[in-house]
Write a protein that binds this ligand. Sequence first.
Ligand code: ZN
Length: 272
Amino acid sequence: MTQRPCERPRWVPSPLLLASAALHAGAGLGLLLRPRVWPWALGGVAANHLLLGAAGLWPRSHLLGPNWTRLPAQSADRGEVAITIDDGPDPEVTPQVLSQLARNRAHASFFCVGERVERYPELVREIVRCGHTVENHSQRHRHAFSLLGPSALRTEVARAQDGIARVTGSPPRFFRAPAGLRNPFLDPVLSRLQLRLATWTRRGFDTVTSDAGVVYARLVKSLQAGDILLLHDGNAARGETGVPVILDVLPRLLAALSARKLQPITLRAALP
Ligand SMILES: [Zn+2]
């Protein structure tokens, strides 16, 4: 049956999830028909869970569902890159980031934490007024996000989705898991909320590395059109002088993009 225009696209499990479901069904059937095969059935299921767990701990993996690790080919062909900025908004850092971006006529995607959006709604609206987009980085940025079950995952994503839509007037189109870690229950939740998972091509590890030179070098290594780069305005590490690392790195990064004639755009601008 063809899908009507007003219908939500139905969730399509990834090949690994389909194979996992088949394996579980096969193990169950095997136990019913020949109970003596239980060590094989148990071993197969355990190995499958290890594989699913490993896939969730690998942020750039495509095994659990679609995942933007680079911009689509048409966007890369136009010489575009995406700067993504996580964990904000932050009342001290974000306004300075906005000024640096404006001076360079660059646009970025801000993956904001729902709780921080509720605390600083005017700052979030300022991000949008400056031409950037605000995307979903979960409600509370829980370290145990990847251990949550379907219902708790849905709550974490949906609360941030609703809060950001209320403040900005438009719902996020992309989701990024805290630290990029997830589990097989996330993809159906994102599908239902019409969100795309986005990770990155390279990240600066600028929440833990206080040397701006090292963070910059990580981001520009093999820099090319289509890259998705990750920095942080929230939880930013600070250099020796106390300056948040992103404020030291961003001007250099924008200069490097300009020298290579690469245009920083939002992820939404790259949607086909
Ligand atoms: Zn984060």
